[in-house]
Write a protein that binds this ligand. Structure first.
Ligand code: NAD
Length: 250
């Protein structure tokens, strides 16, 4: 098993890619904590994992709130004793260009996608130092590495922030044995994508620029996150793993 006895906290674990990572991590031997605002869905995923023989709990978490992070991580420690892995996966999206984006939208997208990653990292690092190591995986996007003429500017900027934040955090904590990497998915078949692509024209436009010509599946990202979480990636920090069907190769 690739994560035997490790404790993994996944933000935004109630659905989409976070839930896939929770299920996969559990199959690989991890004790899994799912943190999310969506209580019913999160509890359901945790109980499904337990029903198939894994160890998992749900903790209500608002990633924009430092106290909420502190409570969630301290509950994780009292339940499972330590924290080895954090996946900063929670995120929200928005539609419209610069002229259609309100200040409120900018602030809320930045709060969840960028501040949420900073707070999770800040609260996790002291716990990882206790065990002299850990792995943090920050979920950015293909849109965190290039500009986009069709995407939402707040979303793109927030994902770019996650990319650079990841590299700085990795440099700062390499000597603590804490590896920090980012993952950059292309269009993945999750509830977020379905809500972002209400306009099929837009989906066609994005997919026509994706060399593999299809949406990815949540597990296709989860396997990349699993690798970075595991000891197989022991010399990888500050890296960006692109999982995008070839979009960024053009
Ligand atoms: P999703 O909407 O299916 O799941 C995101 C989860 O985050 C939800 O369960 C939601 O409740 C949770 N969340 C939102 N705000 C939160 C908050 N303040 N506190 C705690 N939890 C919160 O989305 P997904 O597609 O699985 O996306 C997961 C991550 O991958 C996000 O960061 C997203 O930006 C990124 N991403 C998605 C795609 C895609 O095409 N789906 C592509 C690139 C990157």
């Amino acid at each position: 098993m690739r994560l035997k006895s490790k404790v993994a906290f996944i933000s935004g674990g109630a659905r989409g890619m976070g839930a896939s990572e929770g299920r996969l991590f559990s199959k690989e031997g991890a004790k899994v904590v799912l943190g999310d605002l969506r209580e019913d869905l999160g509890r359901k995923v945790a109980s499904e994992i337990r029903a198939s023989g894994g160890e998992a709990i749900f903790i209500k978490l608002d990633v924009t709130d430092e106290q909420s992070w502190r409570r969630a991580i301290s509950e994780t420690i009292s339940q499972f004793g330590q924290l080895d892995i954090l996946v900063n996966n929670a995120g929200i999206t928005a539609t419209g260009g610069i002229l259609e984006t309100s200040e409120e939208t900018w602030i809320s997208v930045m709060d969840v996608n960028a501040k949420g990653v900073f707070l999770g990292t800040k609260v996790a690092i002291p716990e990882m130092k206790q065990i002299s190591g850990g792995s943090i995986i920050n979920i950015s996007s293909q849109m965190g590495l290039v500009g986009s003429d069709t995407g939402n500017p707040a979303y793109n900027a927030s994902k770019g922030a996650v990319h650079i934040f990841t590299m700085s955090a990795a440099l700062r904590h390499a000597k603590d044995g804490i590896r920090i990497n980012s993952v950059h998915p292309g269009p993945i078949n999750t509830p977020m994508l379905s809500s972002g692509f209400t306009d099929t024209e837009r989906e066609r436009a994005v997919l026509s620029r994706t060399p593999m010509g299809r949406r990815g599946e949540p597990d296709e990202v989860a396997y990349g996150v699993l690798f970075l979480a595991s000891d197989e990636a022991s010399f990888i920090t500050g890296a960006s793993l692109v999982i995008d069907g070839g979009y960024l190769a053009q």
